[in-house]
Design a protein around this ligand. Structure first.
Ligand code: M6R
Length: 611
């Protein structure tokens, strides 16, 4: 969840580290810091602070650091409150070793006790400081610095991406990872480390994707990567092909708004090469009739928004293909002793491809013989590399913490997979497919037409900003959409909201409905309309205000709702994608109206790399 960056070369390290950190701030933003090797003073200097990168810049302005080798960090607190003391980098006792870390050292308590007994003083409450002291301990007991790092890797448990400096070796950065992302950027007379590519894209597009347990040793003009046996490994250069523009705001006030507006293109990109008159082409994935017939159980596993996209898949596959699909939270999956064998297809959905729980669930399924299929946005991420098959969601980098375009792309993947499986297994005729295809091809322009009605959502914000509680209700696919809408509002507007299966309201939660309650009723599934409307009326009767999301032409709803947002008419299975767009904009404007930081909501981080 934290961001790690490092630079070694001929240029001033601080501006490069700050630039990198600003691109990684979406990963965590409660404190930040840099450590830079000063050649004249022959020591590593540190500057760190609670708060955003701007606070760090202000501090550096007052007391500049100079040097051409450095590491930096932006933090999402796990051990210890956000504070100057707990901010990274962390030093060993006599400032010989400096460490930045993303992840969690699970056995840090016992290591800390051991080190305290040896006389080490701990300044912070973090797990990371243990790593700095432990390296120092082994190094001072006579080991070579690299051996000391390898020794520490044997001792620590948990997840980590580490950037390490040692005062005695001012010409190198050591970096390593396990279950936390790390790339090494290859420059000309300069090299980089980073948790994610945007941090170094201004300088290079050539990277090495570091695998678990590998250790990279960087100098200004060399990169050596060693495996856990300390043997040098030959790695392929990975070329980043997306534009740095994609990770910029491009004139929008917020990344979230920009990403919402990118959705017509995202949908088009996902459909273009994959929809043919013959069927669906799932890139290079070989999941034809023969393979599918061997499968007797499908799991779709993910977290948060990606889980809701997976739920759309479950509803569709079950309804269209008529086979059971279990949709599970990745964070719960492992504790249910899931039934998995070699006839299981496990679909994992993840924007970042680095979500710790999703990775763990996927690994468990793999271990038990399942075929794993990743629906992933971040190219080269852990899930993309480890899953048997990958379907990329082609949304480009998503920077805002609240996921929007990635969800839309994941839902498109669910449409494609459903059609593909149904066609292969003879559960959908060619004519039916061609009809759906025609509707799918219209999606980019339909999304566009919703975006032109953005001012209406701003108006609704002004009208409903005083709501104390918000219920999102719907049935069937509308219920799934309501879950995503409610999550978005909680996440960025910090408003209490709950998604509820409309029919379940009267079994308890209706007791919470009062005049200050806003009910967002999603009624795009026409065969369920009358039933959901009854539930909407029950809420109205108890004083709630109702904002409905309905398909164009449905005038009936005007009788029961205070306001209606119409989405264009489409085929029933495509409504989740469209109905969600106004929800995104509503959450966006509510967050703005409440004065919140839309792109960096409190307590959250974009990529949840801890369990
Ligand atoms: O990177 P992933 O798709 O695996 O992330 C899963 C969730 O953490 C993520 O969708 C989260 O719920 C978003 N912030 C929601 O907007």
């Amino acid at each position: 969840m934290c961001g790690v960056v490092g630079y070694i070369g001929k240029n001033d390290a601080v501006p490069i580290l700050i630039n990198g950190l600003s691109k990684l701030e979406y990963r965590g933003y409660d404190s930040a810091g840099v450590a830079v090797f000063d050649e004249e003073q022959k020591k590593i200097n540190l500057c760190k602070t609670k708060g955003r990168i701007q606070n760090l810049q202000d501090k550096l302005y007052m007391s500049p650091l100079k040097g051409k080798v450095g590491i930096g960090h932006t933090r999402w607190a796990t051990h210890g409150v956000p504070s100057d003391r707990n901010a990274h980098p962390h030093f060993s006792d006599d400032s010989k070793i400096a460490v930045v870390h993303n992840g969690i050292i699970e056995n840090y308590m016992s290591l800390k006790e051991e080190l305290e007994e040896k006389g080490y003083n701990f300044i912070s409450e973090t797990d990371t400081e243990t790593v700095a002291h432990l390296i120092d301990y082994y190094y001072k007991s006579g080991m070579d610095i690299l051996d000391a790092v390898f020794k520490v890797l044997e001792r620590i448990e948990g997840s980590y991406a580490l950037g390490i400096l040692c005062r005695d070796f001012p010409d190198r950065i050591i970096a390593t990872r396990k279950d936390s992302p790390l790339v090494v950027g290859i420059g000309k007379n300069e090299n980089f480390i980073a948790s994610d590519m945007p941090a170094i894209l201004n300088y290079t597009r050539d990277v090495y994707l570091i695998d678990d347990n590998e250790v990279a040793v960087l100098t200004a003009d060399s990169i050596k990567i060693l495996n856990s046996d300390k043997d040098e490994v030959e790695k392929k250069i990975f070329k980043v092909d997306w534009d740095i523009e994609a990770a910029e705001k491009s004139g929008y006030d917020h990344f979230m708004l920009k990403e919402i507006h990118e959705q017509p293109k995202v949908v088009r990109d996902n459909l273009n090469s994959r929809l043919t008159d013959e069927g669906v082409v799932l890139d290079n994935i070989c999941l034809g009739k023969a393979e599918l017939e061997k499968i007797n159980r499908i799991y779709i596993v993910a977290c948060g928004t990606a889980y809701y996209a997976g739920l759309v898949g479950k509803y569709l596959i079950e309804r269209v293909v008529r086979i059971p699909v279990n949709s599970e939270f990745a964070s719960e999956f492992r504790y249910k002793e899931p039934l998995i064998d070699d006839k299981t297809l496990m679909i994992v959905v993840s924007q970042s491809g680095e979500t710790a729980d999703t990775i763990a669930a996927m690994r468990l399924a793999k271990e038990k013989g399942a075929r794993t299929f990743g629906i992933v946005n971040a190219v080269g991420s852990s899930i993309a590399r480890e899953a048997d098959d990958v379907l990329y969601t082609l949304a480009g980098p998503e920077i805002a913490v609240a996921s929007t375009k990635a969800f839309t792309a994941q839902v498109v993947s669910m449409y494609l997979i459903t059609c593909h499986i149904a066609l292969e297994l003879g559960k959908m005729t060619k004519d039916e497919f061609l009809k759906i295809k025609e509707h799918m091809e219209l999606l980019p322009s339909l999304v566009n037409s919703i975006l032109t009605k953005e001012p209406a959502l701003k108006r609704f914000m002004h009208k409903y900003i005083g709501s104390k509680n918000v219920f999102y209700i719907g049935r069937g696919l509308d219920y799934v959409v309501s879950m995503e809408g409610s999550l978005k509002l909680k996440e960025i507007a910090y408003l209490h909201s709950e998604p509820y299966a409309a029919g379940e309201l009267k079994h308890g939660p209706i007791a919470l409905i009062e005049e200050s309650t806003l009910v967002i009723g999603i009624v795009t599934q026409e065969e369920l309309f009358d039933k959901t409307v009854s539930n909407i009326r029950e809420c109205k009767a108890r004083g709630a205000k109702v904002l409905a999301i309905a398909m164009e032409g449905n005038t009936e709803i005007l009788k029961y709702a205070d306001d209606v947002f119409y989405i264009p008419r489409t085929y029933w299975m495509l409504t989740p994608l469209l109905a969600n767009i106004p929800q995104q904009l509503f959450a966006y404007y509510m967050a703005l109206g409440l004065g919140n930081d839309v792109d960096k909501p409190r307590n959250l981080a974009k990529s949840v790399t801890v369990e």
